[in-house]
Design a protein around this ligand. Sequence first.
Ligand code: LRH
Ligand code: MN
Length: 425
Amino acid sequence: MNNSILEVANEQGIARHQQQVELAKDLLELNDAAFENIVGKIESFQVAVPSWALGTGGTRFGRFPAGGEPSSLEEKIEDVGLIHSLTRAANSISLHIPWDIPKDAAAIQQLLKKNELTIDSVNSNTFQDQKEQKRSYKFGSLCHTDDGVRQQAIDHNIDVVQHGVKLNSKVLTIWLADGSNFPGQHHFRRAFARTLDSLQKIYRSMPADWTMLIEYKPYEPSFYSMIIPDWGTSLKLSDACGERANVLVDLGHHLPNTNIEQIVGRLLHFGRLGGFHFNGSQYGDDDLTTGAIKPYQLFLIFHELVTGANDSSVKNPHVAYMIDASHNLKDPIEDLMNSLENIRTAYAKALLVDFSALEKAQQENDVTKCEQILQAAFLADVRPLLAEARLRSGGSLDPINFFRTQKIREGLISRRGKTSIATGL
Ligand code: LRH
Ligand code: MN
């Protein structure tokens, strides 16, 4: 990003921004130290962008390309670099193999460095059959009844780790579309035991400083059962693999009305919360903009994370924050910047909770007081704090407005064409 254009654009909004900051300090009763503390924490809060969400994935019924989509890993890194240069909130990318195989790891490393990015997690894919593949995953992969199919899937995961090693990643994310479509199709206990055995083989093959994230999901359309349907199953599999295996919480992977913030609290209690795939959903795994539909739930999830982080009795490893989304109607880059804003907003609001007053009210079972304390933080306008964090780290005061006024999508279309298609969702 040409920083001088960014500075000129920020200049136009700086006076108004400073007014809003002073007003926010006043309204939120933040003295300078408290303000600095929160803005500092917002600045360092980074979320990984998925390499598979830079195009318009479409639904099973139709796809409506945005134009100028990245059609190579190099162009995807360029787009995430742009998102990071404006938001300063996305300093890493999650890769999906084989959708984004890095052909020349050294060249990719160079490009990542130029865009101030690193590779966060590498994701395996045993939910699609690749052209050159010998055995099909039609009836599953790590759970398959055939040794050969399971070994093929294990080898793929080991191969994915090798790609990650070349790019300094240290996290393998596994999501399985393994399951059954009809009662009787699976022997539940044996299918689980085969999956566990396969995961343990992958775990033992990982370098000693790598982490495995096991992602659960209750259903896919047409499924009667999934091998890893819920957090409990993912937790037990993590336990059985080893201390470097943890649970990945994809917000869209819950049945309606599931109390996800309580699941986060539980996983923090057990010290096995490995990471998040942030997205928004109304009904199913809609992969929409994070916080677009349930902002209070997102705030409550961050409330669990912040109270957990402030509690020395919680022994939880590093939590990987990633977005996992797909786009149909919104511009993919705008949608991802929207999600980053909503995620940092939920975090900033959670930092504003008056914890000592809340603990006192909880101790006294003053239910109304407890709710009032949480909602006071949730109803706070933290936008000036987020803008200040972006400004201080060299970003844009208003990323989406800058993206539009600079006609960046139009520029991408003129360079890449209207019909370029991105691999992934
Ligand atoms: C499955 C999932 C998983 C990915 C895929 C792209 O629904 O959430 O994280 O591998 O989306
Ligand atoms: Mn996911």
